[in-house]
Design a protein around this ligand. Structure first.
Ligand code: GAL
Length: 343
C-alpha cells in the first residue's frame, strides 16, 4: 500500500514537472523557472559554456520599487535548451550588513554582462555600478570574478570608463576576433557613444576611449554581434525606464564608421498593445548566439516595471537577416525550429 502510494506520488510529481516544461518562447509573458517562479534576471546576458547556457541578470528585490532601491545583485539560471531555466541563485549579492562596502545595499547594480576569459580560466562579471546614495551621476563599471559559471562571484574592482570623470552608462563588453575585450558605452555626462579597449587581464581600460563614428548620441542598451564580416550594434534611445525606438547600426570595424540602419523591429506586442515604434514596450539587453545552429541569434529585451521591478518581463525574438540586414519581427510564440527554416 505504502509503496503504491509512493509510486503514485512520484508519477504525479513527474507528470507535474513534465507539464511545466516550456516548449516555446512566449515574449512579453511571465517566464517561469524550474520552481515555477518568474525569472529574476533583468538587463543581463547569456553565455554558453560546456554544453550549457547561463543567463545572468539583475536580481530585483521583492517588494521594492526602483525608487526604493531594488537592486540585489546578479542572479543566474542555467539551461540546455534556452526555454527551461534552473535557478542557480544569486551569484553576487549586495551586502545587507556592511553599509561601507562598495556593494552595500542601496547601490545601483545594473545590466550585468558576463564573459568567460579562456586565458585566465575565469568568469568575469561587469556591471553598471553607482555607489549607494549617489544616484546616476557618476557611472562606474563594477567587476567580479568566479572560477565557476554558477558563482560565487567575488567583487574585485571598479573603474570609471569612457575617459571621463563621470564614467559611463549602458554598455557592452565585446570580445573581438583579436581576443581583446572592448567596452562600448555611452559617455557621461554628454552621452557620446565611445569605445575603449580593456587591458589583457580585462580588469581595467588600457588606454583612451574614442568616439565611435556613426553611432548616434544618447545610444543606450548596446548589443553587438559580428555576422558575415559586419558588426551590428543594436541599441535604444535614452528615456530612463520608459521604452523608446530601437536603433541598429552596421560597420566593417568596431571603431566605425557605422551606418544607421534605423529601427529593426516590426510588429506589435498584443499583451500591452505596444508596437515597434517603442520596441514592443521593451529595451535591448543583449543578442545571444544559439549554439550549433547557423546564423541563429536571439535579441533579448526587457520590459521594465519600475514600480514592481521583480515583475519585469522579457522579450526574446529571433533575428532574421533580410539581404544581410537584421530584422526583428514580433512573435507571440516560437521555438528554435524557426532557425531551421530557410530565411
Ligand atoms: C535606462 C537604462 C537602465 C536604467 C534606467 C534608469 O536608460 O538602460 O539600465 O539605468 O535607464 O532610469
Amino acid at each position: 500500500m505504502k509503496k503504491g502510494l509512493l509510486i503514485a506520488l512520484i508519477t504525479t510529481i513527474g507528470l507535474y514537472t513534465y507539464a511545466q516544461k516550456n516548449t516555446s518562447f512566449t515574449p512579453g509573458k511571465p517566464w517561469k523557472d524550474n520552481n515555477g517562479v518568474h525569472i529574476n534576471a533583468h538587463g543581463g546576458n547569456v553565455i554558453f559554456f560546456k554544453n550549457k547556457y547561463y543567463w545572468y541578470g539583475e536580481h530585483k528585490i521583492a517588494g521594492k520599487s526602483e525608487a526604493q532601491m531594488a537592486d540585489g545583485g546578479i542572479h543566474c539560471y542555467s539551461s540546455t535548451d534556452l526555454l527551461n531555466w534552473k535557478d542557480e541563485g544569486i551569484v553576487l549579492s549586495v551586502s545587507y550588513t556592511d553599509s561601507t562596502a562598495d556593494l552595500a545595499y542601496g547601490c545601483i547594480l545594473e545590466r550585468p554582462k558576463i564573459i568567460y576569459d579562456k586565458n585566465q580560466k575565469k568568469f568575469i562579471a561587469y556591471f553598471k555600478y553607482y555607489p549607494r546614495g549617489t544616484g546616476y551621476l557618476k557611472g562606474y563599471i563594477g567587476m567580479a570574478t568566479s572560477n565557476s559559471a554558477t558563482g560565487p562571484f567575488i567583487y574585485k574592482n571598479k573603474f570609471l570608463g569612457a575617459s571621463s570623470d563621470f564614467g559611463s552608462g549602458d554598455f557592452s563588453m565585446y570580445e573581438n576576433v583579436d581576443n581583446n575585450v572592448y567596452h562600448l558605452t555611452v559617455r557621461k555626462p554628454d552621452k557620446t557613444f565611445v569605445i575603449g579597449k580593456l587591458s589583457k587581464n580585462r580588469m581595467q581600460p588600457e588606454g583612451k576611449y574614442e568616439p565611435v563614428k556613426g553611432i548616434e548620441k544618447h545610444t543606450e542598451a548596446p548589443a553587438v554581434i559580428f555576422h558575415n564580416k559586419k558588426y551590428f550594434l543594436l541599441g535604444s534611445g535614452s528615456s530612463g525606464w520608459k521604452p523608446n525606438k530601437a536603433r541598429l547600426f552596421m560597420a566593417d570595424s568596431l571603431m566605425g564608421e557605422f551606418t544607421d540602419l534605423g529601427n529593426p523591429c516590426v510588429g506589435r506586442n498584443p499583451h500591452n498593445g505596444i508596437g515597434a515604434d517603442t520596441t514592443f514596450g521593451g529595451q535591448s539587453a543583449y543578442i545571444l548566439k544559439v549554439s550549433g545552429k547557423k546564423d541563429a541569434y536571439i535579441a533579448m529585451f526587457d520590459i521594465w516595471k519600475p514600480d514592481t521591478p521583480i515583475e519585469g518581463l522579457y522579450i526574446w525574438l529571433p533575428i532574421v537577416f533580410e539581404k544581410g540586414i537584421p530584422k526583428i519581427y514580433w512573435k507571440d510564440s516560437w521555438n528554435l525550429n524557426f532557425f531551421n527554416k530557410k530565411q
